[in-house]
Ligand binder design. Structure first.
Ligand code: B4P
Length: 191
């Protein structure tokens, strides 16, 4: 079973590359950002609470996203594997995921970390914001807040997987297809 964590700052290309990787490796895509936006669209109480934080560029509480991910893994028990996109985003989330997957005897295979500089991230997100209507992509101060949240709470998660020998850095600037090939090679080397 392949369990891949696709990691990187907001706008690094996680969603873009996940779409291609799930097709190539027949994996189930679990994006906490997409799941939360689904809750917002449906107007659920969880979605309403999450929206207040997401619109400001702040992370949603750990217990909310951990519960969502566990439910989705259990609902896809016969999957060939998962791509975790935008999760884990804190050390607490990473520890909870490890405990859960080790209990199922299906540990994380590797973390693929997309490296993109802050200037390029802002450019991509503002560009996406023009078409997507996502409130968190339309304002430079909110984008800066998201990158700050990443540097403060999420970047240390790379060290968590590095200490297990599972971290692989991938250049995230360049042609989408070239980055996809580098990610695919890294997965095949560990499959
Ligand atoms: P996400 O939905 O995960 O948002 P993201 O990080 O901005 O998306 P992503 O990184 O996948 O976008 P992509 O680069 O593919 O999270 C949104 C919010 O939800 C968070 O701020 C937080 O509040 C909350 N949340 C989610 N998960 C959480 C968790 N686990 N814990 C707590 N809170 C959580 O795309 C960006 C743009 O770049 C696209 O337009 C794309 O076309 C473009 N692009 C991609 N690759 C490119 C390339 N190589 N060259 C040029 N452009 C490229």
């Amino acid at each position: 079973m392949l369990n891949i964590v696709l990691f990187g700052p907001p706008g690094a290309g996680k969603g873009t590359q996940s779409e291609k990787l799930i097709e190539k490796f027949s994996l189930v895509h679990l994006s906490t950002g997409d799941i939360l936006r689904g809750e917002i669209t449906q107007g659920t109480p969880l979605g309403m609470e999450a929206k207040k934080l997401m619109d400001q560029g702040i992370l949603v509480p750990d217990e909310v996203v951990i519960g969502m991910i566990k439910n989705r893994i259990e609902a896809n028990a016969s999957a060939a594997g998962f791509i975790f996109d935008g999760f884990p985003r804190t050390i607490a989330q990473a520890e909870a995921l490890d405990t859960f997957l080790n209990g199922c005897q299906t540990p994380i295979t590797c973390m693929l970390s997309l490296k993109v500089d802050d200037e390029e991230l802002s450019r991509r997100l503002l560009e996406r914001g023009k078409a997507s209507g996502r409130p968190d992509d339309q304002d430079e101060s909110i984008i800066r807040r998201r990158i700050q949240e990443y540097n403060h709470k999420t970047a240390p998660v790379a060290g968590f997987y590095q200490s297990q020998g599972k971290l692989v850095d991938i250049q995230g600037v360049g042609e989408i297809e070239t980055i996809f090939e580098a990610l695919s090679d890294a997965i095949e080397a560990r499959a």
